[in-house]
Ligand binder design. Structure first.
Ligand code: ATP
Length: 365
C-alpha cells in the first residue's frame, strides 16, 4: 500500500522580503499504484510540489501523508521515495553497476550478493545489462535515463517521483521511453508522480492528470475527462493540440453575439448559461466541420488562410474576413485538399461547443 495525500499544501518562498506563493493550497489524493501526472506551464509550481513530496523543500502549510503518516518533517532518506531527475544525476566516476548499487549499500542491510543479483535483474528489465561496467560519460542520453530509472527501481520505494525525466531525449526516443515507462510502472505497480510541461506526455501517460497554473490546482481528472470536460478556460486551452478555439461572446436575447458571428442557442444550452452576461465559446479544431454549403444557424462563411499538412490530418486556419488573419483552426482529414484563399463554410455544431463564464473562466457546460 502506498497512498500519497497532499492536503492543502502550500509553499511560499521569500524573495528579498516579498512572498512568492509557488504552490497555493493544493489537495490531491493519489491512489496506491496510480500514475499521476502533474502538468502545467513553466513556473506553475510542479517541481516545487514534487520537491516537497520528496522532502527536498520544506512545506509552508498543509500536510503531505504517505499511507496516512504525516511526512512533513521527515528527511528525504526516511520517506521511502525514489526520485528520477531530468538531469539523471548519475555519479560520473562510478560505473553503471556502482551507480545502481550505491544507494542500497548505504541504506539497507542487504548482502553484496543480494545487491548484485538485484542490480543484474533490474538491468535486464531495462535492457542495459551490457552497459553495467561503463561509466555515465560513455552512455547515450537514453541509456543514462535508463540507469537513472534503474537506480530508482532497485530501491523498491513506495513512491516514484519523476521530474521531466524524458525532456533531454530526442522526440523519437522520448515517445519510445514514454511507452516503456508506462509498462514498467504498471508492472511494478509503484505509485508514481510524474512532472512534465508537455501535455502529450500528460495525456498519454497518466491514469489521471493534475493541472496546475500559477501554483493553483485547476483540475484533477483522467486525461479524457480533462479533454472532454475541462473544468475551466485554462484547462480547455492547455489540453489538446492544436488548442481549443475560443470566441468571446455576449449573451443577448437567447443568442450569443460576437464580433465575428452570432450563435443562437437551444433552450437546454441557455439553461446552462444561466445569468452569465459574457461567455466564451470553445470549439475543438476536430469538431469544426467544413461543409460545401451552409444550411443552418451554426454555419459560417470563412476563407482558408493557411493549410498545415500533418500527414493523416490537415490543420486548416480560417478567417471570417476575406483578407484578415486566421481566426480559428479546423482539423480535417489529411486526404482532403484545400487551398489558401478558398472560401469554405465552417459548421460549429452546438452539440460540440464548450461554454465558459468569461469573467471567472469556469465551465458552464
Ligand atoms: P518549470 O517547468 O520551468 O521547471 P515549475 O512548474 O516546475 O517550472 P517551480 O520550479 O516549482 O515551477 O517554480 C514555481 C515558482 O516558484 C516560480 O515562480 C519560481 O520562480 C518560484 N521558485 C522556485 N524555487 C524558488 C526559490 N528557491 N526561491 C524563490 N522562488 C522560487
Amino acid at each position: 500500500m502506498a497512498e500519497l495525500t497532499l492536503d492543502n499544501v502550500t509553499k511560499v518562498f521569500d524573495d528579498n522580503g516579498s512572498d512568492i506563493v509557488a504552490v497555493d493550497d493544493v489537495s490531491i489524493d493519489i491512489a496506491d499504484g496510480e500514475f499521476l501526472v502533474l502538468v502545467g506551464p513553466s513556473g506553475c509550481g510542479k517541481s516545487t510540489t514534487l520537491r516537497m513530496i520528496a522532502g527536498l523543500e520544506t512545506i509552508s502549510g498543509g500536510e503531505i501523508r504517505l499511507d496516512g503518516d504525516v511526512v512533513n518533517g521527515k528527511p528525504p532518506r526516511d520517506r521511502d521515495i525514489a526520485m528520477v531527475f531530468q538531469s539523471y544525476a548519475l555519479y560520473p566516476h562510478m560505473t553503471v553497476k556502482q551507480n545502481m548499487s550505491f544507494g542500497l549499500e548505504e541504506s539497507t542491510d542487504m548482502s553484496d550478493g543480494e545487491i548484485s543479483s538485484l542490480v543484474t535483474e533490474t538491468a535486464e528489465m531495462l535492457s542495459i545489462s551490457p552497459l553495467l561496467e561503463r561509466k555515465p560519460g560513455e552512455l547515450s542520453g537514453g541509456q543514462q535515463q535508463r540507469v537513472a530509472l534503474g537506480r530508482a527501481i532497485v530501491r523498491d520505494p513506495k513512491v516514484f517521483l519523476m521530474d521531466e525525466p524524458l525532456s533531454n531525449l530526442d522526440a523519437k526516443l522520448r515517445s519510445q521511453m514514454r511507452t516503456e515507462l508506462q509498462r514498467l510502472q504498471e508492472d511494478l505497480g509503484v505509485t508514481t508522480v510524474y512532472v512534465t510541461h508537455d501535455q502529450t506526455e500528460a495525456m498519454t501517460m497518466g491514469d489521471r492528470i493534475a493541472i496546475l497554473n500559477d501554483g493553483v490546482l485547476q483540475q484533477v481528472a483522467t486525461p479524457l475527462e480533462a479533454y472532454h470536460q475541462p473544468a475551466n478556460l485554462f484547462v480547455a486551452g492547455f489540453v489538446g493540440e492544436p488548442s481549443m478555439n475560443f470566441f468571446e461572446m455576449e449573451v443577448r436575447d437567447g443568442r450569443l453575439v460576437g464580433d465575428q458571428f452570432d450563435y443562437p442557442l437551444s433552450e437546454e444550452t441557455l439553461a446552462a448559461v444561466g445569468d452569465a452576461d459574457r461567455v466564451t465559446l470553445g470549439i475543438r479544431p476536430e469538431d469544426v466541420q467544413l461543409v460545401d454549403e451552409g444550411s443552418g444557424d451554426h454555419d459560417f462563411g470563412t476563407v482558408v488562410d493557411v493549410v498545415e499538412p500533418m500527414g493523416n490530418e490537415n490543420n486548416v486556419y480560417l478567417g471570417f474576413a476575406t483578407d484578415g488573419p486566421a481566426d480559428f483552426v479546423a482539423t480535417i482529414d489529411g486526404m482532403r485538399t484545400l487551398e489558401a484563399g478558398q472560401p469554405v463554410v465552417a459548421r460549429i455544431p452546438e452539440s460540440a461547443i464548450h461554454l465558459f463564464d468569461t469573467e471567472t473562466g469556469a465551465a458552464l457546460r
